[in-house]
Design a protein around this ligand. Structure first.
Ligand SMILES: NC(=O)c1ccc[n+]([C@@H]2O[C@H](COP(=O)([O-])OP(=O)(O)OC[C@H]3O[C@@H](n4cnc5c(N)ncnc54)[C@H](O)[C@@H]3O)[C@@H](O)[C@H]2O)c1
Length: 369
């Protein structure tokens, strides 16, 4: 399989992967008749400085377009920012033939997709994700959204981009913590979807991965594997009726831990860091509920602990964590539901677990470090 440049298709979205992918943008725009209207490029303050020059060096014709800049970070993902961007588009007389190109991490692609979906009932958008999390997860699948007060992604639309251009060279400037956060989503996708790739990945400890160049074969296998896996699931289940739930492995406990780390004055965890903890707990629950062999549980736990710092919550925090889990959108009848695995690559969705079982899983996480 030639990985260095690949095109994956999910219904109406084309995904271009590889170092040469950006060079395809103009040709692609012409091929889908998106080359006549105004073009706007949405960046945050960081991607404006670090990623826009990379894009414009590859595609100099884009330099003449209007750049829309938002502050970097989750705080920008609000209705107020969206409102400001809609007004910018209106002031610039953007018509229905306008094109919005997003260049940034999940915040920029989620917010940009939301803005594109709402403006004039939908203008086309193209994502160019620049974080690992954005490249393997956030830009793919058509979920757009903003946060309302402190509730993440409460308001949003399903809205597919016309194309996604994924160039691993953007990762050269990404801080290690952000790479680690993205790697957690890759580990998840491998654990639920690709036993063969898990067997390869577990031979490369997390710290070793950070010393491995982004364009190495193992990174390309992982990134393309995660993109392909998510694309297949989206094709079958765009609006999350069933199979898309497999992508939630590690997320039920992960989301609770992520929120808790912000509330309780612990070091606030990045999404992927919290998902990594959630995956150890979910692997433990899998060994109890869905027959995951002990050997796999230990391998998963050892692999994740090797690269992710321990989050040292106390035993009297566990009730608050379980309480946070009861607010998960996927629960039914007040019961906390999990995506588990019966073996690497074999997911099982909607498994209800009792609070005592969840407590055991949290204890397993602390003791297995
Ligand atoms: N839509 C989905 O399906 C989906 C899935 C997962 C996550 N998300 C969303 O994605 C967001 C998180 O995405 P994220 O982790 O990419 O965060 P982010 O967009 O905040 O990016 C993280 C930081 O990295 C910076 N950055 C981006 N590219 C860089 C580069 N190449 N070099 C250096 N710095 C760079 C950003 O400016 C930011 O400071 C959350 O809002 C989450 O809700 C959405």
């Amino acid at each position: 399989m030639k990985l260095s440049s690949r095109i994956i298709k999910i219904d109406r979205t084309r995904i271009f992967f590889g170092k040469d992918s950006l060079a395809e943008i103009q040709k692609f725009r012409r091929s889908v008749h998106l080359d006549k209207g105004k073009v706007f490029i949405l960046v945050d303050t960081v991607t404006h400085e670090l990623c826009l020059p990379v894009l414009l060096k590859q595609v100099s014709q884009l330099a003449e377009n209007q750049i829309l800049i938002i502050p970097d970070g989750e705080e920008a993902k609000t209705l107020e920012t969206a409102n400001r961007l809609w007004k910018d588009l209106m002031t610039a007389h953007a018509g229905r033939d306008a094109l919005l190109i997003t260049l940034g991490g999940g915040v920029v692609t989620d917010l940009g997709g939301f803005v594109a979906a709402g403006y004039m009932r939908g203008i086309p958008c193209i994502h160019i994700p620049t974080t690992l999390l954005g490249q393997v997860d956030a830009s793919i699948g058509g979920k757009t959204g903003i946060n309302l007060d402190s509730v993440k992604n409460l308001v949003g639309f399903f809205y597919s981009p016309t194309a996604i251009f994924i160039d691993p060279r953007f990762l050269d400037t990404l801080p290690e913590a952000q790479l680690r956060s993205g790697l957690a989503e890759i580990i998840k996708s491998v654990l639920v979807g690709n036993a063969g790739l898990w067997n390869k990945l577990k031979k490369h400890p997390v710290v070793e991965m950070f010393r491995t160049p982004n364009d190495s074969v193992i990174w390309q296998h992982l990134i393309v594997g995660a993109i392909t896996f998510k694309s297949q699931i989206i094709k079958e289940d765009f609006i999350e009726k069933k199979r898309r739930a497999t992508l939630n492995f590690g997320h039920t406990i992960g989301h609770a831990i992520e929120s808790f780390s912000h509330l309780k004055g612990y070091r606030p965890l990045l999404h992927g860091e919290a998902v990594a903890i959630g995956m150890i707990c979910a692997a433990y629950l899998s060994s109890v509920k869905t027959g995951l062999p002990k050997k796999d549980l230990e391998e998963i736990s050892t692999y994740i602990h090797s690269g992710f710092d321990l989050f040292p919550f106390q035993s009297d925090d566990q009730a608050a964590l379980i309480e946070l889990m009861t607010h998960d959108k996927k629960n039914r009848d007040g019961r906390v539901r999990f995506t588990l695995i019966s073996a690497p690559g074999s997911p099982r969705i909607n498994i209800s677990c009792e609070p005592a079982e969840i407590t055991d899983a949290l204890n397993y996480y602390l003791q297995s470090s």
